[in-house]
Ligand binder design. Structure first.
Ligand SMILES: Cc1ncc(COP(=O)(O)OP(=O)(O)O)c(N)n1
Ligand code: TZP
Ligand code: MG
Length: 201
């Protein structure tokens, strides 16, 4: 499976409505702390917007709702994996991306045979407190050797200046949150990401 090299992560359908029409082809809806009814509505809106713009939607964490809403791709972390029903996810025909932060998590992820493996944080991130030190580009090289042909997603502290390094080290896709959502001009920054990832597409 080929992933788009630009992997946008946002926390609302409103962000998807704002940025996906610019040409984003791979987007994760990552919503924390929201009641089920509102969450379902967000997933439904996000799914409709992505369908309209031929963009692949990936739902973070909420795999049951994603199945119920007919989505086709979920992302889970290793804590999520402990309670997720992988058989139900696969039976629903869904694809699956998994997070990894260390060697033990990598072994667990490879055993689950996901559709991509994410490695992070590559650089320091301000999105959330992480118990892992930044992994650096050498770790991407090592991960690539272990996971190929499963696609590798790099995440954490990425920005347009850091993209070529991540791809040269072996990442197939670069995921981003704050470099875009906290930018003064998220639309312009999104266009910059699309342009910068073009040669890796
Ligand atoms: C592409 C991608 N990589 C890693 C994560 C992190 O997932 P997780 O470890 O479950 O943490 P939360 O994002 O759920 O806080 C991700 N969401 N996407
Ligand atoms: C969720 C997550 N997992 C590893 S790093 C990270 C945060 C990425 O956010 P940003 O692109 O803002 O550093
Ligand atoms: Mg999670």
């Amino acid at each position: 499976m080929k992933l788009d090299p630009f992997y946008l992560i946002v926390d609302s359908a409103a962000w998807i409505g704002r940025l996906v029409p610019l040409g984003v082809k791979l987007v994760q809806l990552r919503i924390k702390d929201m009641g089920e009814d509102r969450l379902r509505a967000e997933i439904r809106k996000a799914k409709a917007l992505c369908a309209e713009h031929q963009s692949q939607l990936i739902v973070n964490d909420h795999w049951r709702l994603a199945i119920e809403e007919g989505c086709d791709f979920v992302h889970l972390g290793q804590e999520d994996l402990q309670t997720a029903d992988l058989l139900a996810i696969r039976a629903a025909g869904m694809r699956l991306g998994l997070s990894t932060h260390d060697h033990a998590e990598l072994e667990t992820a490879i055993t689950a045979m996901p559709d991509y493996i994410a490695l992070g944080p590559i650089y320091p991130t301000i999105l959330k407190k992480m118990k892992w030190a930044p992994q650096g580009l050498e770790r991407i090289r090592e991960w690539k050797c272990r996971v190929a042909p499963i696609p590798l997603v790099a995440i954490g502290g990425l920005n347009p200046d850091r993209l070529d390094g991540a791809f040269e080290a072996g990442a197939d896709s670069a995921a981003v949150v704050t470099d875009i959502t906290l930018n003064d001009d998220p639309e312009a920054r999104t266009r910059e990401w699309i342009e910068k990832t073009d040669r890796w597409r």
